[in-house]
Design a protein around this ligand. Structure first.
Ligand SMILES: [Zn+2]
Length: 207
């Protein structure tokens, strides 16, 4: 039995289907398709709510609210990302002039969020754009991290994933990537997802 797509039922409910489509769909329902009857029922209810609300709410508000609700629903399925707090940065430490230039290519950052501490050390050779990141995730709740329940993802500023890896049971991970600004790192451990952003501004300005 050929079913009809959701969009067709949405149009059907709003009474904007072509008349021959309405006839075919009606006979499809009469033939006893419970799948399509269920879809139709959902759209009938959506339509009823929408027409009731339009009496006191402008449509664009309704659309926005539905969008917010959908996003909220999607979020509840996954862990909501939380921006981690940067608690230590070697660049923020006072260094003597001699050490500062020698240490310029290595940087250590420590972030904290949701009971997780993430320690990241970034190294780059002076003439290279390649960055080596070595990190460790520590969970205050447990000494070992279940590797299958943990992941580390490096993202661009625009939210495109660059690299995904899994830490070992000690929470250790390493990444190798091209330097660019405003990279962010997200760490997921047992449903908690702190985001480290910016990981560091890694593009070597003026060099
Ligand atoms: Zn059907």
């Amino acid at each position: 039995m050929e079913h009809f797509p959701e969009q067709a039922w949405a149009d059907f409910v709003r009474g904007i289907s072509k008349s021959e489509a309405t006839i075919t769909m009606n006979s499809h329902l009469t033939s006893g398709c419970t799948d399509c009857a269920a879809v139709l029922d959902v759209w009938k209810r959506v339509h009823a709510i929408a027409s009731r609300e339009s009496s006191y709410m402008p449509p664009e508000d309704r659309v926005r609210m539905m969008r917010v609700e959908f996003q909220a629903r999607n979020r509840s399925r996954k862990a909501e990302p939380v921006t981690a707090k940067l608690i230590f940065d070697t660049l923020a430490q006072p260094l003597t002039a001699g050490i500062r230039s020698a240490a310029a290519t290595a940087r250590q950052l420590v972030y904290e969020a949701e009971g997780l501490t993430v320690d990241v050390r970034l190294d780059a050779q002076p003439q290279s754009k390649t960055v080596f990141a070595v990190g460790q995730i520590l969970d205050k709740r447990m000494p070992l991290i279940p590797s299958t329940e943990a992941s580390v993802t490096l993202w661009t500023e625009k939210g495109l994933p660059l690299i995904e890896t899994r830490p070992n049971q000690f929470g250790e991970f390493h990444l190798e990537f091209e330097a660019q600004d405003n990279l962010r790192l997200s760490v997921t451990v047992l449903g908690r997802t702190p985001i480290l952003k910016p990981l560091a501004n890694l593009r070597k300005a003026g060099r």
